[in-house]
Design a protein around this ligand. Structure first.
Ligand code: F6P
Length: 324
C-alpha cells in the first residue's frame, strides 16, 4: 500500500480526532501517504480529500467532534454511489481505507470491499458501545463520564425540591450507557431495552424507596427502552399512579456526544489507529479493530455487525442491591 485514506462516518464520538491522529501518524511512521476524507462516504463520492502529515494532526488528541466532519450517507447505499466512490479513490491513488464509525459504516465498508476488493479496516467509533468484537467503542467511556456528571447535577436540584427525575440517555437500541451511568450515579431504577421492568414494578419500587425515607429519586431511561412509553408518557403515568413525588424529565440529548475525550478513549484511539494501519500494511482487510482483555484484536466485519454487544447483567443486580 502507498496511500491510505481515513474518514469518520455516522454519529460522531469523542476520541475520533485522536484516532485520526493515530492513523495519520502511523502512516508517517511507516513512510506511506495519508489522505483525510471529509464527511465520511459523502466525501469519498465527491473526492473531497486532503493530504495529511504528522504535523497536520497536532493539537487534536484532546478535541471532541471530528476535524474530518461526519455524515450518514444514503447515496453510498446504492451501487452507483459505491462505483463513484471507487473511481474517486483510485483516481487519487488511494489504495486502502480506514473507516472510523459504527455498524452502519462497517456494513457499507464490507459491501464496498466485496464489490471492488478494496482494502478496508474499521475502528469502532460510537458512544453506544453496541458493537460485537470490542469491550469498548471509542467515545463510550467519555460519554459515560459526561452523563454521570450531568446526572450528579440533576441530583442536586432533584434533592433540593424532593423531586423524581426521569433522565433519558442515548444508546440507540442498547442499554450500555443507561446501565453503567445508572450504577455510577446511584439511580433508583434503570430502564433499558434488554430488560422489561414493567410499569407496575416501577411504581412499586418508587413507592418503596419513598417509604424507606428517600426524598428524591433518579430513574435513568435508555432512549431505546421498550417499556412501551416514551419518557414524557412515563412521567404522566407515574404522576397518575403515585402522588408521593413531583416529577420532572430531563433528556440529555446530543451533549452526550461532545466534549474532550477521556484518557481511556485517547489511549484506545491511539492503539486502534496503529493496529488499523499496520493490519492494512500486513495485507489484512475487512476487519474491525477492537479491545478484548486489554489486547487490541481484530474481528471480521461480518461478525462485528451481526449482533449487538450484550449488556452486563451483573450490573442490574448490583443496582438492585445498591438501592435497597
Ligand atoms: O449512535 C450514536 C447516537 O448518538 C445514538 O445514541 C442516537 O440514537 C443517535 O446517534 C442520534 O442520531 P442523530 O445524531 O442523527 O440525531
Amino acid at each position: 500500500l502507498k496511500k491510505i485514506g481515513v474518514m469518520t462516518s455516522g454519529g460522531d464520538s469523542p476520541g475520533m480526532n485522536a484516532a485520526i491522529r493515530a492513523v495519520v501518524r502511523t502512516c508517517a511512521y511507516h513512510e506511506i501517504e495519508c489522505y483525510g476524507i471529509y464527511r465520511g462516504y459523502e466525501g469519498v463520492m465527491e473526492g473531497d480529500f486532503v493530504k495529511m502529515d504528522a504535523r497536520s494532526v497536532k493539537g487534536i488528541i484532546n478535541k471532541g467532534g471530528t476535524v474530518l466532519k461526519s455524515a450518514r450517507s444514503k447515496a453510498f447505499r446504492t451501487k452507483e454511489g459505491r462505483q463513484l466512490a471507487y473511481e474517486k479513490l483510485t483516481e487519487a491513488g488511494i489504495d486502502g481505507l480506514v473507516v472510523i464509525g459504527g455498524d452502519g459504516s462497517f456494513t457499507g465498508a464490507m459491501v464496498f470491499n466485496s464489490e471492488f476488493d478494496f482494502p478496508v479496516m474499521g475502528i469502532p467509533g460510537t458512544i453506544d458501545n453496541d458493537i460485537v468484537g470490542t469491550t469498548h467503542t471509542l467515545g463510550y467511556d467519555t460519554a459515560l463520564n459526561t452523563v454521570v456528571e450531568a446526572i450528579d447535577k440533576i441530583r442536586d436540584t432533584a434533592s433540593s425540591h424532593n423531586r423524581l427525575f426521569f433522565v433519558e440517555v442515548m444508546g440507540r437500541d442498547v442499554g450500555h450507557i443507561a446501565l453503567n451511568v445508572g450504577v455510577g450515579a446511584g439511580a433508583e431504577e434503570i430502564l433499558i431495552p434488554e430488560e422489561d421492568l414493567g410499569l407496575d414494578r416501577l411504581i412499586d419500587s418508587l413507592k418503596r424507596s419513598k417509604a424507606s425515607g428517600k426524598s428524591s429519586s433518579i430513574v435513568v431511561v435508555a432512549e431505546g427502552d421498550k417499556i412501551g412509553k416514551n419518557v414524557f408518557e412515563l412521567k404522566d403515568y407515574v404522576e397518575e399512579n403515585m402522588t408521593e413525588y413531583e416529577v420532572r424529565v430531563s433528556v440529555l440529548g446530543h451533549m452526550q456526544r461532545g466534549g474532550s475525550p477521556s484518557c481511556f478513549d485517547r489511549v484506545l484511539a491511539s492503539r486502534m489507529g496503529v493496529k488499523a494501519v499496520e493490519s492494512l500494511l500486513e495485507g489484512k482487510s475487512n476487519y474491525m479493530v477492537g479491545l478484548k482483555d486489554d489486547i487490541i484484536q481484530i474481528t471480521p466485519f461480518d461478525q462485528a455487525v451481526k449482533g449487538k454487544s450484550k449488556i452486563n447483567k451483573e450490573l442490574l443486580r448490583v443496582s438492585d442491591i445498591m438501592t435497597v
